[in-house]
Design a protein around this ligand. Structure first.
Ligand SMILES: [Ca+2]
Ligand SMILES: [Ca+2]
Ligand SMILES: [Ca+2]
Length: 739
């Protein structure tokens, strides 16, 4: 899910395969055991189990027969309540566990014992038949005497046998500092550099004076050398760093390394071809993200799954979805669309900005217009990118309230499960009731903006759809004018993200801009010119996201041909915004065009970085000046490996890349039978707020770039999302165009 003010709180999310570690050390005097009868000596009291799975004592262990065919991890569990936790205190959670037959996953949690069943810490080891001891340390963030320790073992198709013993939750232990493996201290774009583009590496070193460096080709021959440039302490990482500029070497090749300060970088290519592939993979991400259609193995080997949410049990949607109680008295057929992120929800505001971004890529990128996506619609006469976006557009249009009902023309804010589901859970196995949530002005204007854009983009390919989209856009805009302040509340976050937004002047501006660009009509022109945002400096630390859409309107007013009065000034404002991001990039030794205030990195920060690059790419379209193109190329380095963690954030790209993104169906980390996310999936990225228990346990005290962990449990740093891959697609498409 998302950058911005409203993190999606997946309280029941996630899990991980752990390396089994040694048993906990003996308690010190100030360490206090919180678990009673953790060794199950002669009795099972005070442990409880879910109905139908009684505890038996065998060889001194507590064991239960786990029935097959349950949906959620928590459908079968053994636990103990009335556990005390003290906020700020560190606890060592350890236990022995085994599973027969092996390779089953147990979810061990410390959480609330009453609704809303918050999870304070969780770990999900894969169990062996012999069993092993798991030890994890975390710091509590709540004061409570109502916590529980529990082992959740449901969700398996097959029956199995679970045993646990020596359960300990020891308070007052010293915190354990997590140390990421960051590899060699020379950081490069692990995917590669364009032969004609800028080529800069970042060296992490204690040295404060210039150091010699060498560029070596794939045969190990030194082909260039020079001296590094000391840059002092980098705020975004807290590291002392230097930069290495080997831009003057322009010979295409593979397997290059940079050597400096006794360290050899990970290998990289000087070859544009990887970017053509990346720009395609970033868009191919969307097909297996589709709801309402079976994913075919012939099109995505290893990713086949049944259609989700097409009214087939145990699914309860999305063919006739009612509103939340009291919200409306009709049902809507809202099947289709893309699942938003790692959950099964569908949100109009996030769907809107994501669709706008891929359609904008179509409008701006020659590579994107002819990309082959290997989707069911490949081979028809419509460009594949438009076929893919249409899957979401049809869903967005279906969220509009039909004529004859209250709020006709407005759009429902979102549709998702009534309660949070756990991981893993394939879309077609989701048993939760689905609900339409109230209409909102923001969602309605998102629909107006992207439908107006679609009317413009699809006109040469599907005239009837273009007409229908424009009618929907006009109707939505008119409805929003009549209902200008219906805000989605931050409190509506059960079962799905809130996506709350109480500032919609930006959505009004964006929708008016798209309607004007498509129709040229005075009503929309007047709205654009009267908007206080039209002349405001709207390019903040981050240019745009699902909640802040003014820049989406401004960029299109600058890029899409029109007779807009004062258009030169609009274009100049985009160039001025780009200059700001260029200056930020040049001030940072990692070349990042983003420096959040207070070094507080937001949810989905990788998309913020990439969307700032979209502004720089737009400035290149407007001016043709190489400095803007080079800035996009250099800024992309950060996402692809030239960063503090020395890893690419795009699955399958780079020697080390994110591959355990939070998702209910790409949950390989929790179920070896499921795949990792597909090649070309962007991870959310560093998030200083650490809004999930796993990140909070592992990353407390992290500095900027270090606030990230590639684990499926860390939904606040490592989810996948449609509005993040759209940023990846747009930037990689631009880079592919340069190649
Ligand atoms: Ca025992
Ligand atoms: Ca096609
Ligand atoms: Ca807004």
């Amino acid at each position: 899910m998302n950058s911005g003010s409203a993190p999606k709180i997946a309280a029941l999310a996630g899990v991980v395969v752990l390396v089994l570690t040694v048993a906990a050390a003996p308690a010190r005097a100030d360490e206090v055991e919180q678990v009673s009868n953790g060794s199950f000596t002669d009795t099972t009291a005070p442990w409880w189990t879910t109905g139908g799975s009684p505890i038996s004592l065998a060889d001194g262990h507590a064991c239960i027969d786990v029935p097959g065919g349950t949906t959620n991890r928590w459908d079968v569990a053994i636990g103990q309540n009335d556990i005390d936790l003290v906020a700020g205190e560190t606890y060592r959670f350890s236990f022995f566990a085994s599973g027969t037959p092996g390779a089953h996953v147990a979810r061990a949690i410390v959480g609330g014992s009453a609704a809303p069943y918050d999870t304070y810490f969780e770990t999900s080891p894969t169990l062996t038949e012999a069993g092993g001891v798991i030890t994890e340390t975390f710091t509590a963030n709540v004061d409570t005497d109502q916590a529980q320790v529990a082992f959740q073992v449901g969700g398996s198709a097959d029956a199995w046998h679970f045993c646990v013993d020596d359960v300990s939750l020891l308070g007052g232990v010293p915190p354990v500092v997590y140390e990421p493996d960051t590899g060699p201290r020379v950081r490069v774009n692990q995917v590669g550099y364009l032969p004609q583009g800028p080529k800069i590496a970042t060296l992490v070193t204690a040295a404060t004076t210039a150091l010699p460096w060498e560029l070596r080709d794939g045969a190990g021959t030194t082909v260039a050398h020079g001296l590094s440039k000391p840059r002092g302490t980098d705020v975004s990482s807290g590291q002392n760093v230097q930069t290495i500029d080997f831009s003057s070497y322009r010979v295409k090749g593979h397997g290059f390394t940079v050597v400096a300060d006794g360290e050899t970088s990970r290998p990289f290519d000087l070859d544009p071809s990887a970017y053509a592939q990346l720009s395609a993979d970033a868009l191919k991400f969307y097909y297996p993200q589709r709801s309402g259609i079976a994913i075919l193995d012939s099109l995505r080997p290893g990713y086949a799954r049944p259609a989700g949410h097409v009214g087939v049990a145990p699914n309860l949607g999305d063919t006739q979805v009612p509103c939340q109680p009291g919200v409306c008295d009709y049902t809507l057929d809202v099947r289709g669309g893309w699942y938003d992120a790692g959950d099964h929800g569908k949100y109009v505001v996030n769907g809107g900005i994501a669709t706008w971004e891929v359609l904008s890529e179509f409008e701006q990128s020659a590579t994107a217009r002819k990309v082959a996506l290997n989707i069911p619609e490949s081979g028809n006469r419509t460009p594949d990118l438009l076929d893919e976006a249409r899957w979401e557009l049809d869903f967005l249009l279906s969220m509009q309230v039909p004529s004859g009902h209250p709020y006709a023309g407005m759009a429902h804010h979102k549709i998702h499960d009534a309660a949070w589901t756990g991981l893993p859970l394939l879309p077609d196995r989701d048993p939760q009731p689905r609900e339409l949530h109230p209409v909102s002005t923001a969602a309605t204007l998102n629909l107006a903006a992207v439908a107006a854009q679609a009317a413009r983009v699809y006109r040469p390919y599907d005239y009837a759809f273009a007409v229908r989209a424009l009618q929907a856009a006009r109707k939505a805009y008119t409805a929003a004018e009549a209902n200008p302040a219906l805000y989605a509340p931050a409190t509506d976050g059960t079962g799905g993200g809130a996506y709350d937004d109480s500032k919609v002047t930006d959505e009004f501006y964006w929708a008016a801009a798209e309607l004007y660009l498509t129709t040229g009509e005075k009503h929309y022109l007047d709205a654009v010119l009267k908007s206080p945002l039209h002349t405001a400096d709207i390019f903040g630390d981050g240019a745009f996201d699902w909640a802040s859409t003014a820049a989406a309107g401004r960029l299109d007013l600058a890029l899409v041909p029109s007779k807009l009065p004062g258009r030169a000034g609009v274009r100049a404002s985009v160039i001025k915004g780009a200059d700001k991001y260029l200056a930020t990039q040049r001030a940072q030794a990692y070349g990042i065009p983003f420096a959040p205030a207070g070094n507080a990195w937001p949810w989905g920060s990788n998309s913020t970085v990439l969307n700032n690059l979209v502004v720089l790419a737009s400035a290149y379209h407007l001016t043709g000046q190489a400095k803007y193109r080079d800035s996009v190329l250099e800024g992309f380095d950060y996402v692809l490996g030239r960063n503090a963690l020395n890893q690419s954030y795009v699955t399958g790209y780079g020697t080390v890349s994110s591959h355990n993104q939070h998702s209910r169906w790409y949950a390989h980390e929790l179920d070896p039978a499921l795949p990792n996310p597909p090649k070309g999936t962007l991870a959310g990225g560093a998030n200083s707020a650490l809004q999930d228990p796993f990140a909070a346990a592992k990353l407390a005290g992290c500095v900027g770039q270090f606030c990230y962990i590639d684990d499926i449990q860390s939904y606040s740093t490592n989810e996948e999302a449609i509005n993040w891959n759209s940023a990846l697609a747009r930037v990689s498409g631009f880079v592919a165009d340069q190649g």
